[in-house]
Write a protein that binds this ligand. Structure first.
Ligand code: T68
Length: 836
């Protein structure tokens, strides 16, 4: 790092009609002005916020590039084992703020921008989120990259460079509308590498031939070719020079594809159509989370990205001229869910078809190299691809899959003779019509380690969906790595004042790279001044959110009310419907109160945010109901400040950075056993918010760390879910909770507009077996919220819980997560900076 003193802003420079001389120690300012005037060819006289953003980004980018080049050189020269993180999603959010904090010159940039007449927050706000992901899975990938760089691991991310990220959500008359997110114009954070291209094959057929040595070989022929072009994104670490690489592939017609024959024959249109078809592969991110739909284009995306990444990884390995047997000593490939499972098959194909290795030797290398992370037990989210689809698109891969399956089933048959049921249960091929390839089975068989993302989840996969595989391989193939978050973004960047207050108490910012140091905060729980400042920071964060709500929705909320937040993808299993039914119950309760009773009510703001998959009708209905309730409640003068309901449009990473630090309470209320981990629960607690939640995912470990007295748990336990579901369907009578029944009466009485609009929501509970146990958990949910109200009345107690919880969150850093992956799955060492 350049260790430059930060400059006190010596004088204000008016925006217009000035000549400026910049002090020499204001490097960012000098550099950004140079970029505005030269790179952007703009004069300072017409420099708007957007140009100020571009100039600042370019100035910081320059610094990253230098470290990035050095890091890559050092890693190449050192030639030790590298990690390759394959993820179809990287939900990066904004990069400038992160770059400024990592380079360590944010204060200097603030001063420099101020001199030019800009507030740094406004400039940061100009950046378009890089939103190449749906939710938790994509954001986890981004947090892991941050930690790998910070801990100096030689690591690459590989993904797709979608032209359109996750859609932008607009709420029109209470309904979600989807608007395309074209984000690539003026993106200073990516570097096209037009010289790094890979030809990717699709379709065609397989030819058997006899090689010179007499061996029978296979070649994939007459395939269509699409070109993959690399785009690189620098990933700076915090407090280190290490700057790793995220390589995103973009699809392009290969020069052969843009058919000059056709072109010259005057068939210009069809030549261009071919080109567009190739570019379609990386055009759009699929907007489903926890649902698989089996679309051919999605499969094309997966293979395109896996094949390009594998080619790159193999090319890099081959430069070292090592024997193939050393591949697993040089390469660890982690599969973020089953989306990259074809990489397993592709590596086997390269080794046997191109490199001429024997099957067993190749397969041994493959399984030693791969690890697979599972993120869900929901059956509708487990990937399956139809055999005919694969046969057509990737004929050679299908053959290899069948061979892998055959050898695997032979082993199973030997160990469990005569257990035919077992064979059909664990087979990669599901014998349905059409036959389907079960990607999770392939991922398990092709990896040396499989991990879940929280303790309960890792136990569940071992006892339910992957039970047979535990019997076959033994328990050692399965492990747990509980998720985390990067404290750089989710504490230091999102909540700078809290970070500064903690640093003041702990005597520095070391906690940002060793989060367990937070435990030293407990010593200050009773420190009056500290508590006051802590409370003041929360208030300021709430005030900022209140202003944002006013600007964007027009509704005024009382910043002293309890801010109760649920922001995440909208999904029935996450139970936003439980939350909004609870809000309606609260509204009805207040309406029925006397003036005297109302004086005791703790004012609340219920805040929702999140996107529904465009084709997920139930989820869209939930959004519609929230918005209708919001309209009715917020315009009811009789209720006033006692209750407000807000839906924040277009929830994304940068909004999360504003929302998390502003919550008093956040909701993580999935039906027990359905949420693999959850990571926003960690973000809220790390910013001093409390949680209401079920015994699900990482909530359980959060409870263990922070203490039961500091969290509001409620609801059915995972072990009881199945029995209840069974009773709902086969029991004599299904009695809906009486308080929930009143909520449904209100909805059916058209209190929130046409009841017909919401009949699917009530029917799902009353008529369709209440699969998500909304009725079963309703009473305990409402009662627990009453406890929350009581607790919030005692501000001092609440503050103590808040501080204690933060102090005990050390475990949930992705730094810990990465070290666990490195030790127990990848077997990689950091490459110490300055030791080359
Ligand atoms: C989430 N999964 C889990 N999936 O739901 C969450 N799925 O519990 C966990 O904390 C998080 O992963 C990180 O482990 C997802 O976010 C998806 O977004 C997704 C996208 C495409 C296909 C399937």
């Amino acid at each position: 790092h350049l260790n430059l003193p930060t400059r006190k802003s010596s004088r204000q420079v008016p925006m217009f009609g000035r000549s400026v001389e910049f002090p020499a120690d204001s490097l960012p300012q000098k550099e950004l002005v140079r970029h505005i005037e030269t790179t952007l060819a703009r004069s300072l006289y017409n420099c708007d916020e957007n140009a100020a953003y571009s100039g600042t980004a370019l100035a910081f980018r320059d610094r990253l590039i230098i470290e990035w080049n050095k890091t890559q050189q050092r890693q190449t020269f050192n030639d030790q084992k590298r990690v390759y993180y394959l993820s179809l999603e990287f939900l990066m959010g904004r990069a400038l703020d992160n770059a400024m904090l990592n380079v360590g010159l944010k204060d200097a940039a603030r001063d420099g921008l101020k001199d030019l007449g800009f507030r740094i927050e406004d400039v940061i706000g100009q950046e378009h989120d890089a939103a190449l992901g749906n939710g938790g899975l994509g954001r986890l990938a981004a947090c892991l990259l941050d930690s790998m760089a910070t801990l100096n691991y030689p690591a690459w991310g590989y993904g797709l460079r979608y032209r359109y990220g996750i859609f932008k959500q607009e709420i029109v008359n209470g309904y979600q509308m989807e608007v395309p997110d074209y984000w690539l114009d003026n993106n200073p954070w990516e570097f096209p590498r037009h010289e790094i291209t890979v030809d990717i094959q699709f379709y065609g057929c397989v030819r058997k031939y006899q090689a010179e040595n007499g061996k029978i070989m296979h070649s994939w022929e007459d395939a269509e070719i699409v070109q993959a072009v690399a785009y690189d994104v620098p990933i700076p670490g915090y407090g280190t020079k290490t700057t790793n690489n995220l390589r995103l592939w973009s699809s392009k017609a290969s020069s052969g594809e843009f058919d000059f024959q056709k072109f010259n024959a005057g068939d210009y249109e069809s030549a261009v159509a071919d080109e567009q078809r190739a570019e379609t592969i990386s055009a759009v991110l699929y907007p489903n989370d926890n649902l698989e739909r089996g679309k051919e284009l999605r499969l094309k995306q997966q293979y395109f990205w896996c094949a390009a990444s594998l080619y790159d990884i193999v090319r890099r390995f081959k430069k070292s001229k090592r024997a193939w047997s050393e591949f697993p000593d040089q390469v660890a490939i982690q599969l973020n869910d089953t989306h990259p499972t074809l990489a397993i098959v592709e590596l086997q194909r390269i080794l046997i078809d191109t490199e001429g290795l024997e099957w067993d030797e190749a397969w041994n290398i493959v399984t030693k190299s791969f690890g697979y992370t599972n993120h869900t037990v929901l059956p509708e989210a487990l990937e399956k691809w139809s055999v005919p689809l694969l046969q057509n698109l990737l004929p050679r891969h299908l053959q290899i899959i069948y061979d892998v399956n055959l050898y695997f089933l032979q082993i199973v048959e030997k160990r469990f003779p005569n257990d035919r049921e077992m064979l059909s249960r664990v087979s990669i091929i599901e014998e349905s019509h059409p036959k389907m390839v079960r990607m999770a089975h392939l991922a398990i068989i092709g990896s040396h380690k499989v991990n879940g993302v929280a303790e309960l989840h890792s136990d569940l996969i071992k006892t339910t969906i992957f039970k047979d595989f535990v019997e076959i391989y033994g328990p050692d193939r399965f492990t747990n790595v509980t998720n985390g978050i990067t404290p750089r973004r989710w504490l230091h960047q999102a909540n700078p004042r809290l970070s500064a207050l903690i640093a003041e108490k702990l005597g520095g910012y070391e906690f940002l790279t060793d989060l367990t140091l937070l435990d030293k905060l407990e010593a200050f729980v009773d420190d009056k001044k500290f508590r006051t400042e802590w409370a003041e920071i929360k208030s300021a964060n709430k005030l900022r959110l209140a202003r944002y709500i006013k600007e964007t929705t027009g509704f005024s909320v009382n910043p002293d009310a309890l801010f109760d937040v649920q922001v995440k993808r909208i999904h029935e299993y996450k139970r936003q419907q439980l939350n909004i039914f609870g809000v309606i119950h609260r509204y009805l309760t207040i309406k029925a109160m006397s003036a005297e009773e109302r004086k005791k009510v703790v004012p609340r703001v219920s805040i929702f945010g999140g996107k529904a998959a465009p084709g997920y009708w139930m989820a869209k209905t939930v959004i519609h109901l929230i918005n209708k309730v919001s309209f009715v409640v917020n315009n009811d003068a009789d209720v006033g400040d006692l209750l407000k309901v807000i839906f924040i449009e277009d929830y994304n990473v940068s909004k999360a950075e504003m929302i998390c630090p502003a919550s008093d309470l956040s909701e993580h209320i999935s039906t027990a056993g359905t949420e693999a981990s959850g990571t926003s629960n960690m973000k809220f607690v790390l910013s001093g918010g409390l949680i209401i939640g079920t015994c699900d995912g990482a909530n359980i470990e959060i409870t263990r760390e922070i203490g039961e007295q500091n969290i509001f748990l409620f609801g059915t336990l995972a072990e009881d879910v199945e029995e209840l579901r069974h009773r709902h369907v086969y029991g004599q009578t299904f009695q809906i909770d009486s308080q929930l029944a009143k909520v449904f009466e209100a909805i059916k009485g058209n209190m929130f507009g046409d009841a017909g609009d919401f009949s699917a929501l009530t029917a799902s509970v009353e008529q369709h077996g209440d699969f998500y146990l909304v009725s079963d958990d309703f009473n305990s949910y409402v009662t627990t919220h009453e406890m929350v109200d009581e607790a919030f009345k005692n501000r001092e107690e609440w503050l103590a819980k808040s501080i204690t919880s933060v102090a005990r969150m050390g475990f949930f850093s992705t730094d810990r997560v990465i070290n666990e992956y490195a030790d127990s799955i990848w077997n990689v060492e950091p490459l110490e900076v300055g030791k080359d």
